[in-house]
Design a protein around this ligand. Structure first.
Ligand code: SF4
Length: 577
């Protein structure tokens, strides 16, 4: 495995070079992106400047026949938070890049000209071409064009207009198995950094390359079988997620009184049944879509789906729970078709749906539109796609929008919007939001498991006791999983079933010829977090940045009528291990 470095600012035009992993040997996914960013990016640099780097890294097991191993990590200094960022995504490029032998692509420098570039990678090497005909294309049109040019076997890593306009809510899109740009490294404005590098699209063609071979093929295939069996027998990964997708959570979180409604005003959204996973799955099936679908080759959980419009025509992939919440209940919108349309627009413009939903919620609180007005929300998103002055404000996220509109209740940590779980009714996730180096991010330590789903134990969601320890353990485990290229949803089975956890370790050991133990995996997670915290410290972050906005500590959230109870001094112990 090697690193592909592309200097977009080289004299005479972009230059490429392969180099061995060297000091980064043994790292993949988030471990690799965070190591490179932490070591090579000056923490005080401008995120859109030539000194920032965009690192795209498949996981340690990507490109192998291990189930669920197709996640890809994208890392950089974030334009949204000003700190280190790792955002990850499904889709096909991870497996394909790994099969081509790339542990990472590193985009460096900044073009001297105003050209927009496309990069084509196959077994014969890398070709970089300026192509200004791609300017301001939406991801869907862009990918259709790449398909015409390079055929229907390639995958694409791309940005939409939001990335080109360097908006802080811009995502990097990854195509799925049907060559649609539906999977996104959404958080933290990674798309803006790709835009600043002048790269519109990376087309990946792995024709002629096979899967990566394990050191011990027999043990690897045995471990994979136990791993898959474990995923299939667990109720969340074997039943709930395949049947209803992540949106199965709408009813669950609403019932728990933790569904942030009307810009985090209430913990329940009475009409939530209209946008629940159950309704969504029924709608998809009735219109000839799919309620169960994988986002990349090798996924056996298949939590995704295909959402068709009223005429049975493809509209978007099945919107995730967090998307349905952000653009739905958070804005008091209970129209599934409108939410699906906004999901499509976000994918096309290349925008983080969580950031945009939270932003529209703040804009509604600031008087730009009425809560519940789906048509107004769609129009606000279109402003972003067009890049009007208002759109540029909204496309830079909830914090900027709140400031411009004079809104006090802005749900962000380190400048990044809170996702779909109110920290007053799920206190463990509040600890993760406050302390993760990423800015508010549910995936960084998904305490909803033990707080609500009773997976991996139980910690009372309404009390502060035990939440720091829960979040700490989950943040460590998550960082390690994010290094493997495995979809994080394996965590449900891995946390509950020791033999599934062991099978994951056996997959790594048999592939690389190692003897890792559970302790080594923990050590890997800790070292990733340490390098990320270290970067943020050098970028100027202090304990004061590890806090939720004041209103979570002052406003009672119905129906439990609680504030966030975990004390600041306890938050400050999270990284003491
Ligand atoms: S479980 Fe869902 S998110 Fe994970 S790889 Fe499969 S389809 Fe993608």
């Amino acid at each position: 495995m090697k690193i592909l470095r592309i200097d977009m600012g080289a004299q005479g035009g972009p230059k490429t070079g392969d180099e061995p992993l060297g000091g980064y040997e043994g790292l993949g996914g988030r471990a690799l992106t965070s190591a490179i960013v932490s070591k090579e990016v000056p923490p005080l640099c401008h995120p859109l400047g030539e000194d920032n780097k965009l690192v795209i890294a498949p996981g340690l097991l990507s490109g192998t026949s291990a189930a669920m191993s197709g996640r890809v990590s994208v890392g950089c200094k974030s334009p949204l938070t000003g700190g280190i960022k790792e955002a990850n995504s499904g889709g096909q490029p991870s497996q394909m890049l790994a099969m081509l032998g790339y542990a990472a692509i590193v985009l460096e420098g900044k073009p001297k000209d105003n050209a927009l570039y496309k990069i084509f990678i196959n077994k014969d090497g890398v070709k970089i071409t300026p192509d200004n005909s791609l300017k301001l294309l939406g991801n869907y049109d862009l990918v259709a064009k790449m398909k015409q040019e390079y055929g229907d076997k390639v995958s694409c890593i791309s940005i939409g207009p939001a990335g080109e306009m360097k908006m802080s809510a811009a995502s990097v899109a990854f195509t799925d198995m049907e060559q649609r740009p539906t999977r996104h490294a959404g958080r933290g404005g990674v798309g803006a950094v790709m835009g600043a590098k002048g790269v519109k699209v990376i087309v990946v063609d792995n024709t002629g390359m096979g899967r990566r071979n394990p050191k011990n093929a027999h043990k690897f295939s045995e471990a994979n079988k136990i791993f898959v069996d474990g995923l299939k027998k667990h109720p969340v990964t074997g039943e709930g997620l395949p049947a209803y997708g992540t949106n199965v959570l709408t009813n669950v979180i609403n019932e728990a009184g933790a569904y942030p409604t009307k810009n985090f005003m209430w913990g329940r959204f009475p009409p939530c049944g209209k946008i629940s996973g159950e309704t969504q799955a029924e709608t998809e099936k009735a219109r000839g879509g799919l309620a169960t679908h994988g986002c990349h080759t090798g996924c056996v959980i298949r939590c995704s789906g295909i959402y068709n419009d009223k005429n049975g025509q493809y509209l978007t992939k099945q919107p995730e729970y967090e998307t349905v919440w952000a653009l739905g209940g958070n804005c008091e919108i209970d129209d599934l078709d409108a939410i699906a349309m906004m999901d499509r627009l976000c994918d096309d413009y290349g925008l983080d749906t969580i950031e945009m939903g939270a932003t529209i919620g703040v804009a509604m609180e600031g008087g730009l539109a009425k809560f519940g007005d789906a048509a107004a929300s769609i129009n606000l998103l279109k402003e972003v796609g067009k890049g009007t002055p208002l759109g540029r404000i909204l496309g830079n996220g909830a914090a900027v929008t709140g400031k411009v509109l004079g809104v006090e209740r802005v749900p962000v940590v380190k400048g990044q919007a809170l996702p779909a779980y109110d920290p007053r009714a799920i206190q463990g996730i509040g600890v993760t939001y406050a302390t993760t180096p990423m800015g508010a991010d549910h995936t960084a330590g998904y305490a909803v498991t033990a707080n609500i789903m009773k997976v991996g134990g139980y910690v009372d969601p309404l009390k502060p006791e035990g939440q720091v320890e829960l979040s700490r353990n989950l943040q460590i485990a998550t960082a390690a999983v994010d290094a493997t290229g495995m979809c994080l949803f394996i965590a449900f089975a891995v946390l509950d079933q020791p033999e599934t956890f062991q099978a994951l370790i056996d997959l790594l050991n048999s592939f690389y010829g190692l003897n890792l133990t559970g302790d080594d995996v923990t050590a890997l997670g800790k070292s990733i977090l340490k390098s990320e915290r270290d970067f943020n410290g050098r970028a100027g972050f202090t304990a004061q940045h590890d806090r939720l906005p004041d209103f979570f500590k002052k406003e009672l959230l119905p129906p439990h009528n609680l504030t966030f109870q975990v004390k600041d001094q306890d938050l400050d112990t999270l990284f003491n291990w």
